[in-house]
Design a protein around this ligand. Sequence first.
Ligand SMILES: C[S@@+](CC[C@H](N)C(=O)[O-])C[C@H]1O[C@@H](n2cnc3c(N)ncnc32)[C@H](O)[C@@H]1O
Length: 300
Amino acid sequence: MDKYLNKIIKGDCLEVLKKIPDNSVDMTFADPPFNLKKKYNHYEDSKEKQDYLNWCNDWISEMVRITKPTGTIFVHNIPRWLTHYAEHLNKIAYFRHWISWDSGGAPMGKTLLPNHYGILYYTKSKSHNEFKFNDIRYPHPRCRTCNEFLKDYGGKKDQAHGFGPLLSDVWSDIHRIRHKKRRDDHPCQLPIPLLERLILMTTDEGDIVLDPFMGTGTTAVAAKKLGRSYIGIELDSDYVKIAEKNIKAAKETRINGHYVSVYLTHVRTMRDKDFKEIWKNKDGELKLLDKKMYKILKNI
Ligand SMILES: C[S@@+](CC[C@H](N)C(=O)[O-])C[C@H]1O[C@@H](n2cnc3c(N)ncnc32)[C@H](O)[C@@H]1O
């Protein structure tokens, strides 16, 4: 097992997954090709529907097999395919949530604007005492110009949490990477804060995160930034090279010893249980967050 740790393995995910022992990984996350004829370097993104679904069921079964009893399985895709994945996953793991990721998009006409992706969230064990879960907070949505909270919080804004609310299963605050300068030459690279949120929610420092469709390394970069180990699998040697470069450049992101997700100088996600420690000043008092204090990079 150790020989796979903190590496991107170039190869076919099914072949590699078969070599990973049962119950050995804390969290698995998959962002497979969507079978939408996307332009990858090598992979042909157009299988017959049933061939695609049979193939997906094979790697989903492998993901569940290698996940520890305390662990979590996430699969990201468009709703059309997730409905089929759920049918299979319901037989071999335990449903927790369908996370709706509203990633922004442009209307296409003749159809409803497909404005969200889904992330299926399953655990290997049934009971809440058996699997890992951390409550997660994200910053209060605020007005860009006046910095006031956008939500009313039932008229009790003064009692609102110092950082932000607990997370729901609808995520609108993390956007797809639009700027060319922030993305690599890959048709569907995910944003790092999305993976950081999933990792903070379901794993601890030192845990192992596996992604069988690593692309340009998003999951591995997020894992490294948060002090977790990773195993990546990717078919395409060009993407493997980009992933390795991205992982090398990634640095751990901690405030007062606690891992947080930071993007463009703003904290995006933190664990509820870490909040007090993160925002204590040197006299042990809690600092409340104003707009300036979101810009905490200087403290890291
Ligand atoms: C949707 S992309 C993943 C993007 C990734 N989440 C990121 O943020 O960069 C799917 C990836 O799976 C790779 N791939 C396709 N078939 C594969 C297979 N059988 N085994 C491993 N990787 C595969 C493709 O080359 C592509 O990079």
